[in-house]
Design a protein around this ligand. Sequence first.
Ligand code: NAP
Length: 280
Amino acid sequence: MDSHTVLFGVIGDPIRHSRSPIMLNRAFRESGINGAYAAFHVTPDTLEKAIAGVRALGFRGLNVTIPHKVEVMAYLDEISDGAKAAGAVNTIVNDNGRLIGYNTDGIGYVRSLKEEAEPNLSGQTIVVLGAGGAARGIVWALAQENPAAILIANRTEAKAVELAASFSPDDRIAAIPWSGLREACSSADVVINTTSVGMSPNIGDLPLDPSWLKPGSVASDLIYNPLKTAFLQQAEQLGCRVHGGLGMFIYQGAYAFEYWTGQPAPVDAMRSVVLESFGK
Ligand code: NAP
């Protein structure tokens, strides 16, 4: 670091578990960019001041994580279409003092799904389990891939109905009742768990019965702790192709890196340093 170092960071509450600093600092080093990325513990009552600090100190970019992804939008100058559709911002670019908010979670997920499991989503039937914050951006990004249908099921059905309705008049996107999941999964090409069911420490829990999926279809899980959830392990044994959540984390960071620097992200190096941090 020297007096030309360009600054980046991530804000959240809590934040000390974040693997973004090791991933992005490795990316800067790998790409020969004089940048530095740190984690900042910002509580909701100091969010506005933190964003003012980004402007005052001339940070080039910021990632935003729980619980600030929605509230931060009020302090930015511009919001991208994808972030508007997702209703949340996870990446800020400081363009000569103008703060622009993006959402790279959904597009990061889809890039990872295409590179790691299913390159062509066009014409496919996709079941999305869950209707929380992550599901919203993912459904928007999936819809850009021209699927035949995106069927959303959620424990609290009203949230699935609301999420599907927010894409109206796109009638490829519909809510289905939890009781209709078995039938929907039996003819789906891709089934995605966006709920937190199966996340550490409850690693034995299943979001749905993997035997409902058709062999050869893709079972995908947003969870990356553990790297392969019980849902994915069992789906794999039943002949499904499986896709874990680590790729989403890597590619949401890769898109952020690319928006900030204009250079392709060194994805392999980013993945390997994150895997190392898991002791793999
Ligand atoms: P969120 O907004 O809190 O939504 C949680 C979702 O899980 C809701 O749909 C909720 O249903 C459902 N759910 C929770 N417990 C359930 C249960 N026992 N049975 C059935 N459904 C249940 O959380 P989020 O931000 O969307 O995150 C969801 C998951 O995605 C988390 O595991 C998170 O770690 C993961 N994630 C991964 C990445 C990545 O980079 N790989 C990024 C973001 C999130 P109700 O509406 O009925 O409560």
